[in-house]
Each structure stands twice: as C-alpha cells, then as structure tokens.
Design a protein around this ligand. Structure first.
Ligand code: NAD
Ligand code: ZN
Length: 351
C-alpha cells in the first residue's frame, strides 16, 4: 500500500505578475473514474513555462493564477480511478499534455492532436511542477522501465521534434534546421538516426550553436553574421536544401529558410511566431518553387509516442548532451534564469 500524503510541494503561478513560487498545496487525491494519480520523478521546463513565468501577453490571456505550472514529466502511478484499465499502480509513465475531448470530428477520425476542445496540462489545469499530478488515463504513456527518469520526462518536446521531422522523408536529403533551442537540439539528435546526407543548423545563440555542433550538426551557421541563404547554397552545390525544419519561431529564419529550399522542397514548421500576422512572399517562396509546407502542432496521438518510445527503448537516442542541466526541484529559479538567458539546452527538475 502506497501512502499518499495530503499535502505536497508545487511550483505555482501565484499572482498575475512575473515569477513563480514554491508552495505547499493539496495533493489532488479526488479521482474521477478515469483519472490517475502520478507521483512525479522528474519534470522538465518548456518554453511555455517560461512564458508563464515571465507573464507575457500569451500567459496573461491563458493562465488563471493561482495554478501549478509545468506539463512535461515522468513518474509512477500511485492511484487509479474505478474505470481505469490502461495503467496500474506501479507503472512508470509519462504523459501527452494535450487532453482531447474524444467526441469531436477530429477525435473520432484519428486526429485527436487537433481536437476542437483541446485542454492543456499546466495551462488549462494544474500541471506537473509538483510531487503529484492528476491526469486522465487517455493521455498516459507507459515508459519502458529501462529509460532513465530524466530522459522520459522530455518525451513531449522530443515528440514535437520527432513529429516535425518525420512528416517528410529526410533520408539521404540535405536538411536545414532553423533554431537550435531545446526542441531544435532534440531535433538534431533525432535527425542523426535518420540517414540525413547533410545537416545544416542555423542559430543566433553561440551557446546553442556549440551544442548543435557537439550533438552532430555537419554545418552550423550564425545568421546574424553570414547569409544563411549563401551558406546553404555553398554547402549544397548551389541547389538549396531538400527539407526545412523551422524550430525558431523567428520570421527571418522562416523566410530565409524557405528561400534556402531547393525547388520542390519541403518545409515543416513547428515554430510559433510572436507576430500572428507574419507576411511572406508566397509567390516567390512557395508557389513558383512548388514547396510543400506542413504546419505542426503537438504530436500525433499516439503515433508519435510509439516512435519516441521505441527510439528511447532501443537506445537510438542519446539525450545526455541535449539535457544540459538537471536541477533540484526547489532550484527552479535557476532553471528559469538559464532559460531566459538561453544558456541551456533542455532543463530537468528532479524530485
Ligand atoms: P526556443 O524559443 O527556446 O528556441 C528557439 C531558438 O531559435 C532559440 O535558441 C533562438 O536563439 C533561435 N533563433 C531565434 N531567431 C533565430 C534566427 N533568426 N535564426 C536562427 N535561430 C534563431 O523554443 P523551443 O522550446 O526550442 O521551441 C521551438 C519553437 O517551437 C518555438 O517557436 C516554440 O514556440 C515552438 N513550439 C511549437 C509547438 C507546436 O506544437 N507547434 C510546440 C512547442 C514549441
Ligand atoms: Zn476532440
């Protein structure tokens, strides 16, 4: 019998202002019939958590404090609701963070990642920066016991990378990744498994350019110092790259990335642009070059999770360079500082 305490530590967004606080809150023990209570081993910091911490415009529009932050985690099932059948107490799990309604057209046609009534852990409900989290069983993913706790924690952003990269054929192709933030870096590690001919990475931050090189990019470009388009031409016999993986959310990276594509090339866009109204020259960059563009949101549920799970289980990925910091849970302020300064890859908090 596992004894579940009544109170727990949690990192919460207490007030509608910059910052976060370590607090003592109730363990969410009241479980609906299909709910699961998970004791968290490790939880990682996402760009969304930083937005909530900094209290930017997006956070102000989406978050209602007080609320427990965080959504990426790994942990152990400690209690299950009456009708739960997919997991049991003792299972080592992680979780999809997009909670689908199960009833809309998308959910019923194999596209629950674009559910019309999607709810997000740590955004629309209490999250994972805590000792325990309550989640519906539909989003849980059973980890292979051989996977390290801290690696299992980052499967959600890793799934973003896997989904973005594998929607197009990258084997034997010249590939450009724009933006080597935490997800771009995970993407480089994924691309190494995929038989890419040449991997070019563009990143403005020197710490992350160094990491990109260390993880295995063939060519690393600083687009603030040299023309990305020229470098790509030089590196591809003047042809341009076959595939663009846009992971910066920067408009210049998007337009230069599209301009760096060979005619007939493919682009997968994960980056989210601050300016909702990004304007590009569709005629020159897309139509007359016959470019195919994929917009990527989240992960395919659960197709992407099977891929991520199998890559980890079979030791095809080494996340030790991408996860640059494993901090004590209570040292979260340090994690947010590093994220804000961009002096990190992925940061994991250990409980
Ligand atoms: P991040 O913001 O930490 O990383 C972006 C990186 O791009 C940074 O390292 C930054 O220095 C770099 N960059 C900025 N301008 C650049 C330029 N002109 N050229 C090259 N690099 C440039 O973000 P992340 O957590 O790694 O996520 C990547 C992107 O994906 C973000 O835009 C994020 O909002 C988005 N995202 C989308 C989804 C989705 O479902 N579509 C999910 C998660 C994250
Ligand atoms: Zn739905």
């Amino acid at each position: 019998m596992v004894i579940i305490p009544d109170k727990m530590r949690a990192i919460i967004k207490e007030k509608p202002e910059r910052g976060a606080k370590l607090a003592v809150v109730n363990v969410p023990k009241a479980l609906g019939p299909r709910d699961v209570l998970v004791k968290i081993y490790a939880t990682s910091i996402c760009g969304t958590d930083l937005h909530i911490y900094l209290w930017n415009k997006w956070a102000q529009e989406h978050i209602k404090p007080p609320q427990t932050m965080g959504h990426e985690f790994s942990g152990e099932v400690v209690a299950v609701g009456k009708e739960v059948s997919m997991v049991q107490v003792g299972d080592f799990v992680s979780s999809e963070t997009h909670i689908p309604c199960g009833k809309c057209k998308q959910c019923r046609t194999g596209n629950m990642h674009v559910c019309q009534h999607l709810k997000i852990l740590g955004v629309d409900m209490d999250g994972a920066f805590a000792e325990y989290i309550r989640v519906p069983e539909v989003v849980l993913w059973k980890n292979d016991p051989s996977v390290e706790h801290i690696w299992a924690s980052v499967q959600e952003p890793l799934g973003n990378a896997v989904h973005t990269i594998f929607v197009e054929d990258v084997a034997g192709k010249n590939v450009l990744v724009t933006g080597a933030g935490p997800i771009g870096l995970l993407g480089i590690e994924v691309l190494k498994t995929a038989g890419v001919a040449k991997l070019i990475v563009s990143e403005i931050n020197s710490y992350r350019r160094n990491l990109a090189k260390k993880i295995g990019a063939d060519v690393v470009v600083n687009p603030s110092q040299e023309s990305l388009i020229d470098v790509v031409k030089r590196e591809t016999n003047g042809d341009g790259v076959d595939v663009l993986i846009e992971m910066s959310g920067n408009k210049k990276a998007l337009t230069d990335g599209l301009a760096s594509l060979t005619p007939g090339g493919r682009a997968s866009l994960l980056g989210v642009y601050n300016d909702d109204d990004v304007k590009i020259n569709l005629n020159d960059l897309v139509i007359f070059k016959a470019i195919r563009i994929y917009g990527i949101t989240g992960r395919k549920m659960f197709d992407t999770w099977y891929k991520v799970g199998a890559l980890l289980k079979n030791k095809k990925l080494d996340l030790s360079n991408v996860i640059t910091h494993v901090l004590d849970f209570e040292n979260f302020e340090e994690g947010f500082r590093l994220m804000e300064e961009g002096k990190c890859g992925k940061i994991v908090l250990k409980l």
